[in-house]
Design a protein around this ligand. Structure first.
Ligand SMILES: [Zn+2]
Length: 299
């Protein structure tokens, strides 16, 4: 399988339009530091095509930025779009509105996410006059079931019951936020996409250890970053994102899997958005690296 990394930024992107923090200012000064909202295009082998992992507000520019995702002429004009969602967050779903020119959009997600996108953020009502939306169940990993999407086996690893703010009063459910587990049935290779890790679990550790490539939550470098930079009174984990460094951080938990991990979903306050920051050297010592927009990973 092929993973095309469409974007690597957390909500707001880099730079964020209303922010002048050092990270955003640096990205305005050095265009190579700009990052679009995190998302992937995942290709199966052969003629199976591809699917999007999340549909970000940047989705149209993201599809344009990868020549392999541009449409052909006539009948080849990308008539069907497949989207697999990790959650119902605005930064992962607003792109569905920008895909309305498709003849059909097939969407795979968990039950609470579908509920939120049907009622609280009424995408079905809004999009139905433009295109045909077809909803599919995204089975939970370990259930023995998976969705077949673009020739790949896709399932959801529940990570937290963190609801989007617009649906904060919806009932708790363990699969509001999930990681996508993708397996290529031919060679048996596996990828794990986990852009929002609120807490570590043995199960998550096992899935990371068994994956050939992991795209992991790299929102914040350390626990105090949101408070230090003034964006929140909460800590990183209090905001639903385990930090990269520190005693509770993910980097030290990766062990031998570290070299197969790429951090994504970087917030604009994360020092790692500066390629010259010393944190890159510390990270390299542990194995993982930072994902970059337009990277292509072959498994
Ligand atoms: Zn900023």
């Amino acid at each position: 399988m092929l993973l095309r990394i469409l974007g690597t930024a957390a909500g707001g992107g880099l730079p964020q339009w209303n922010c002048a923090c050092p990270g955003c200012a640096g990205a305005r000064l050095h265009p190579a530091r700009r990052r679009l909202h995190d998302g992937l295009a995942v290709h199966g082998g052969g003629a199976g095509g591809w699917f999007l992992a999340n549909a970000t507000p940047d989705v149209a520019e993201q599809l344009e930025s990868h020549p392999g995702l541009r449409p052909g002429t006539g009948e080849d004009r990308t008539p069907v779009v497949r989207v697999v969602l990790t959650d119902a967050e605005l930064d992962h779903t607003l792109g569905l509105l920008r895909l309305r020119e498709a003849a059909r959009i097939d969407i795979w997600c968990t039950e609470p996410v579908r509920g939120a996108l049907g009622a609280r953020l009424p995408l079905t009502d809004i999009l139905t006059p433009y295109t045909t939306l077809t909803w599919h169940d995204l089975p939970l990993a370990g259930s023995g079931r998976y969705a077949e999407v673009a020739g790949l086996e896709v399932s959801a690893l529940p990570l937290s019951d963190k609801r989007p703010r617009y649906a904060a009063d919806e009932p708790s459910h363990p699969a509001w936020s999930v990681a996508l587990k993708v397996r290529d049935p031919g060679p048996g290779t596996r990828a794990l996409y986990a852009p929002a890790v609120a807490a570590w679990s043995d199960r998550l550790g096992t899935e990371i250890a068994e994956a050939d490539r992991v795209l992991l939550d790299g929102t914040f470098l350390d626990e105090e970053e949101p408070r230090r930079t003034g964006i929140s009174r909460r800590t990183a984990s209090g905001m639903g994102h385990l930090p990269i460094e520190g005693p509770e951080g993910t980097a030290r938990r990766l062990g031998g899997a570290g070299a197969r991990v790429l951090y994504t979903h970087l917030n604009n306050t994360n020092p790692l958005t500066d390629p010259g920051d010393r944190a890159h050297e510390r990270l390299a010592g542990l194995g993982p690296r930072v994902a970059e927009d337009r990277m292509v990973v072959s498994l």
